[in-house]
Design a protein around this ligand. Structure first.
Ligand code: FAD
Length: 526
C-alpha cells in the first residue's frame, strides 16, 4: 500500500520532470508521503573540487535504506517516461561532480543513522573483528567508535571526513595500502540497493558479482547502505618518521625497501617537495621543528623528496623504537635530514584535519581543487615525474605532491577498480606508484584563467601518461585514480580489458543507467 501510494506520487512528479519543469519537482515535502525531500539543492550542487556545479532537482534525505529502495524501484518502474537520474552523495569530497546529478535527485547518505556496531573476534566471520556501519558513516566516526573497543580499521585514506560508501566506490588508499591493500580489500560484506531498487546483502560468497561490482564501481551499480569493515587491534601510539632526499632513484629505492618489510613497517608514503612553501606547509601536522632549509635554486631547479613511514607502538616499550632504528639505519637519505616523532594513533590518522583547520583559517580550504591522481607502474615512474615537472611550474606549485608505492597483489582483480595493466616482468610488475598532484587554485592568486590552465595541464598529463604508445619511448602505462573523463570512448580506454565486464555489470544492476550520472559513463536509458 505504502509503495503504491508512493509510486503514484512519484509518477506525478516524474511527469512534471518529463515536462522539463525541474524546479516544480518538489512542491512540498508532504507530496512524497514517507520520503523526505529537500527543496534547497545548493549543498548538492557543489563539491570539494569547486569546478563543476550541477544542480539537482531535488535532494532525498533517506531515513532508512527502504527509502532509497522505494525511490529507485519507482524510477525504474516509471522509466519509460522519466529521465530522472540519482546520485548518492557521501561527504561530497569529489573533484569533478561525481556525486552530482544535473536535474536529477541527490541522495544524501549522511541522513541515514550511522548505527555503528563493533564486533570483537568471535566465532563469526572466521574469528575476525569487524564493524557494521551505514554507507554514509564518515571514517572519522568509525575510528572514534572502534577505538572505544581498542580496535580500528586496517586500511585508511589520508583524510577521514570521507564517507564509507564514497571511498569504497573508488578504492580508498593511503600509507597502509602496501600492507593491507586498499579499503576495498578490507570489506567483508555490503548491503546494496541496486539501480532497480532491490536491496541485496552481498559478500565474496553471496551475490558476489554485485559485491565485486560495487567495490571500486564509481557508484554505478548500486547504493551502499551498509558495509562490514575489517578491524584489528589499535596501537596506542605511532612512531612517525620523515627523511629527505635530493636523489629520486634513491628515494624510490628506499620506499620500496620499506614496503618490502610489512612485518615491521605499518605505513609508507612520500612526497615531492618542489618549493619552499611546499616544505613549510608539509610541517603543519608533523610535530617537529623545521630546523633545516633546502636550496631550490640552481641551473636546473632542484626538487627534493620526503619519505615518510610509521611503525605502530602497541605497548610503548622499546621495541617500536628499536624497529625504527633498525629500519632507519638502512635508509640513504640526505645526512641529518631525518625527523622521528611519537604521536597518538588517533592524531596520526587524523593528521590531515590539522592541515584542513590551518587552510580554513587562511581562507584556503573552500577554493577550487583541480586535483589529479594517477597510478603509475614502476617501469614508468621516472619518466612520469620528468613529464610532470616539465608540465607544471614547480616554483609556484601550491598543495601536496604525493608519491608512494602500493603493491598490485593486495588488490582483488574481481573488483571494478582499475590499475595499470600488468607487464611481462613479475619482478617489477607488483610495484605501482600512486601520485597525487593536489593543487589548490586560490582565486586571489589563481583566477579563472589560471584554473583553466591547470585543468589543461592535467588533461595533458593524463593523455601522455595513459597513451598506449607514442613519442618514440615506451608508454608510461598509467591509469587515473578517482577518474574523470568527458567522453564514453575515454572511459572505455580507461577500463581497457575491464570495459566489457564493467558495462555488462551495469546492464545487470542498473539497466536504465539511473545511478551516478555525474561521471558521464553511461547515458540514461528509457
Ligand atoms: P562523494 O564525493 O560524496 O561521492 C563519490 C562517488 O561515490 C560518487 O560517484 C557518488 O555517487 C558515489 N557514492 C557516494 N556514496 C555512495 C554510496 N553510499 N554508495 C554508492 N556510491 C556512493 N582518496 C583516497 O583514496 N585516499 C586519500 O588519502 C584521499 N584523501 C582525500 C583527501 C581530501 C581532502 C579529499 C577531498 C579527498 C580525498 N580522497 C582520498 C578522495 C576521496 O576518497 C574520494 O573523493 C571519495 O569519493 C570521497 O568520499 P565522499 O564520501 O566525499 O564521496
Amino acid at each position: 500500500m505504502e509503495l503504491a501510494l508512493f509510486s503514484t506520487r512519484v509518477v506525478v512528479i516524474l511527469l512534471l520532470l518529463a515536462l522539463h519543469s525541474p524546479c516544480k519537482f518538489i512542491q512540498s515535502p508532504v507530496d512524497f508521503g514517507p520520503l523526505n525531500f529537500l527543496q534547497n539543492v545548493n549543498t548538492a550542487s557543489v563539491d570539494f573540487g569547486r569546478i563543476l556545479f550541477n544542480s539537482p532537482s531535488a535532494i532525498l534525505r533517506p531515513q532508512s535504506p527502504k527509502d532509497i529502495s522505494l525511490l529507485l524501484s519507482s524510477l525504474s518502474a516509471t522509466s519509460s517516461y522519466s529521465k530522472a537520474t540519482v546520485a548518492a552523495r557521501g561527504a561530497g569530497h569529489s573533484i569533478h561532480g561525481q556525486a552530482q546529478a544535473h536535474d536529477g535527485i541527490v541522495v544524501e547518505m549522511d541522513s541515514l543513522p550511522a548505527n555503528i556496531e563493533i564486533y570483537r573476534k568471535g566465532d563469526e566471520e572466521g574469528g575476525l573483528s569487524y564493524a557494521d556501519v551505514s554507507g554514509g558513516t564518515l571514517w572519522i566516526e568509525l575510528l572514534k567508535e572502534s577505538l572505544k573497543e581498542g580496535l580500528a580499521p586496517r586500511s585508511w585514506t589520508d583524510y577521514l571526513y570521507l564517507s564509507v560508501g564514497g571511498t569504497l566506490s573508488n578504492a580508498g588508499i593511503s600509507g597502509q595500502t602496501f600492507k593491507y591493500g586498499p579499503q576495498i580489500s578490507n570489506v567483508l560484506q555490503l548491503e546494496v540497493v541496486t539501480g532497480t531498487g532491490v536491496r541485496v546483502t552481498c559478500s565474496p560468497s553471496a551475490n558476489s558479482e554485485l559485491f565485486y561490482s560495487v567495490l571500486g564501481g564509481l557508484g554505478q551499480f548500486g547504493i551502499i547502505t551498509r558495509a562490514r569493515i575489517l578491524l584489528q587491534d589499535a596501537p596506542q601510539k605511532v612512531k612517525w618518521v620523515r627523511a629527505f632526499y635530493d636523489d629520486f632513484e634513491i628515494f624510490i629505492e628506499d620506499q620500496e625497501l620499506l614496503v618490502s618489510r610489512p612485518e615491521i613497517v605499518d605505513y609508507v608514503e612520500g612526497f615531492v617537495v618542489p618549493n619552499e612553501g611546499s616544505l613549510l606547509s608539509s610541517y603543519v601536522a608533523f610535530p617537529a621543528n623545521l630546523d633545516f632549509t633546502l636550496q631550490f635554486q640552481g641551473r636546473r631547479r632542484q626538487v627534493y623528496y620526503c619519505l615518510e613511514f610509521a611503525i605502530h607502538d602497541y605497548e610503548q616499550t622499546e621495541s617500536a623504537a628499536d624497529q625504527v632504528a633498525e629500519v632507519t639505519k638502512r635508509l640513504r637519505h640526505m645526512p641529518a635530514l631525518i625527523h622521528s616523532v611519537e604521536v597518538s594513533y588517533f592524531d596520526f590518522l587524523n593528521r590531515v584535519r590539522m592541515e584542513e583547520t590551518n587552510l580554513r583559517g587562511r581562507g584556503l580550504w573552500d577554493v577550487p581543487h583541480p586535483w589529479l591522481n594517477m597510478f603509475v607502474p614502476k617501469r614508468g615512474i621516472a619518466r612520469f615525474l620528468d613529464m610532470l615537472m616539465e608540465t607544471i611550474s614547480s616554483e609556484d606549485f601550491e598543495g601536496p605532491l604525493l608519491m608512494y608505492p602500493i603493491l598490485r597483489d593486495k588488490w582483488d582483480s574481481n573488483t571494478s577498480a582499475v590499475l595499470p595493466d600488468a607487464d611481462a616482468s613479475p619482478a617489477t610488475d607488483n610495484v605501482l606508484y600512486t601520485v597525487g598532484v593536489l593543487r589548490s587554485a586560490n582565486p586571489a592568486t589563481c583566477p579563472a584563467e589560471c584554473l583553466r590552465e591547470i585543468l589543461r595541464q592535467n588533461r595533458h598529463i593524463v593523455r601522455t601518461a595513459t597513451a598506449v604508445a607514442g613519442g618514440g619511448s615506451p608508454p608510461i602505462g598509467a591509469k587515473q585514480y578517482l577518474p574523470f573523463y568527458s567522453a564514453q570512448g575515454q572511459w572505455q580506454e580507461h577500463f581497457g580489458r575491464k570495459w566489457q565486464r564493467f558495462s555488462a555489470r551495469k546492464s545487470q544492476f542498473d539497466p536504465f543507467s539511473i545511478l551516478a550520472p555525474g561521471l558521464g559513463i553511461f547515458p540514461r536509458k528509457l
